[in-house]
Design a protein around this ligand. Structure first.
Ligand SMILES: [Zn+2]
Length: 447
């Protein structure tokens, strides 16, 4: 007999159906078995009375790089090319233990904000190992880089080995995918090889695409900072299309199992093709704003029927692992840019942080909403002070609500600020690694 729990709260927000005042969700083991008004809830099992709280699906972070949590604040105000170059060199000075601690801290911060699912891209297994240890849900897209087409088959062979090793350790909660990084770091030949590999192995794909002006310039004109860098390494930079999306489209990556990260600079015709292909989009408004990349056309993507989820991106470009704040920013940025007072609603924004992200990741049959039969991935927030007629307004526009609990597959992972299985030594190690990075930077500027 699996444990049966009756979760009661002032509000239950199932997302796929209207909010329920004085609601109850009943879970049995890892599944949701009942949802409705408390006065109608069947008896039996343990009662978890959350009181003046909002019970929601666990939040789904559609894009992050957990291993980079240690870089918070380290790269502020750099132009994107310098940001990428410094990040790459800085992270190379850290060891596996540092990266594991960094990823663990990132997950802990996510749980403290109600995030229960993480879609992570990384060239290492730090996030993959940390997710399994902390028993959260996730997709780990193994990153591959290689701007020189001559090296494509070599990079693919390495990727195939890395993915095979990870797949042997896949769990019900943590799955593996692949991520050819971005047009300025991946050749057309490597994109095509990864696309073919992913199809053959039935792996989901994530690509950083159409993020900043430098990338668009490299693709459309073959010049700019990235082009100069590549040419310096003997790599030709011919124009590859009128906009970045064409590069992955030609490689066969515009398809259902591909997650497009950012999609800031996409034309109206490209948005139609994204919608027709059934690709998901990870919208990262804070990262895009902080790096000066602009505001992604969220309204146009949603109107076209694209499945969009919210992502925090890494702490190197955000610096907060806070999906509710991401949702708030998504609304505010679209309203500011469009001049429409109701351009994106609080309800729509909350959907982007839950069911929308689950759809974008292809996980919506299991998570993203509170529905009978789905996984018991749950977040509980203290009801913030303020207007309470509309619970979505309270979640998105109200004061940042304190997270009371985070539950993954029926298992409590965080309660009242305590993250289960999280060793506080991780936080100390990240502090230490951050100090070493600071010294490394000082040594760099001396020469
Ligand atoms: Zn990213």
């Amino acid at each position: 007999m699996t444990a049966r729990v009756r979760w009661h709260a002032r509000w239950v927000v199932p997302v796929a159906t209207p909010p329920i005042a004085d609601g109850t969700v009943i879970t049995e083991g890892e599944h949701i078995v009942w949802i409705g008004e408390r006065r109608q809830a069947p008896l039996g099992g343990r009662d978890e009375d959350l009181g003046d709280a909002i019970l929601t699906p666990g939040l789904v972070n559609a894009h992050t790089h957990l291993d980079l949590t240690v870089l918070r604040g380290f790269l502020s105000d750099l132009p994107f090319f310098d940001w990428v170059r410094t990040l790459t060199r800085a992270i190379a000075t850290l060891d596996d233990g540092d990266l594991l601690a960094s990823a663990s801290l990132g997950i802990a911060e996510g749980l403290l904000g109600g995030v229960t699912t993480f879609a992570d891209t990384a060239p290492n297994t730090a996030a993959f190992d940390a997710m399994r240890a902390l028993r959260v849900r996730g997709v780990c897209y193994r990153e591959v880089f290689g701007p020189d087409s001559k090296d494509a088959s070599k990079h693919l062979a390495t990727l195939a080995d890395q993915v095979a090793a990870m797949r042997r350790q896949e769990t019900e909660l943590v799955r593996v995918g692949v991520s050819p990084h971005a047009p300025y770091s991946v050749s057309d030949a490597l994109y095509a090889a990864v696309a073919e590999f992913a199809r053959r192995e039935r792996l989901p794909v994530a690509v950083h695409i159409a993020e900043g002006a430098d990338e668009s310039r490299l693709v459309a004109q073959g010049d700019g900072d990235f082009a100069g860098f590549l040419q310096g390494r003997g790599i030709a930079t011919p124009a590859r299309g009128s906009e970045p999306l064409e590069v992955i489209e030609r490689a066969g990556l515009l398809q259902r199992d591909t997650l497009l990260i950012h999609a800031v600079r996409v034309s109206a015709p490209a948005i139609v093709r994204i919608a027709n292909a059934g690709c998901g989009v990870a919208h990262c408004p804070a990262s895009n704003a902080k790096l000066g990349h602009g505001i992604a056309p969220l309204l146009a993507l949603l109107r076209a029927g694209v499945q969009v989820g919210l992502g925090t991106d890494s702490m190197a470009s955000n610096d907060r692992m806070d999906l509710l704040e991401e949702a708030r920013l998504a609304v505010l940025a679209q309203r500011a840019a469009s001049g429409g007072h109701d351009a994106v609603s609080a309800q729509q924004a909350f959907r982007l942080a839950t069911l929308g992200a689950a759809e974008a990741l292809g996980l919506d049959e299991a998570i993203g909403s509170l529905e009978v039969g789905k996984q018991a991935d749950i977040a509980a927030f203290a009801l913030p002070q303020g207007p309470r007629e509309n619970v979505y307004d309270a979640l998105i526009f109200g004061p940042r609500p304190r997270t009371l609990q985070a539950v993954v597959a029926g298992r409590e992972r965080m309660r009242n600020g305590i993250v289960h299985d999280f060793d506080l030594a991780n936080a100390a190690r990240v502090e230490d690694a951050a100090r070493r990075l600071q010294r490394w930077r000082e040594s760099q500027t001396k020469v």
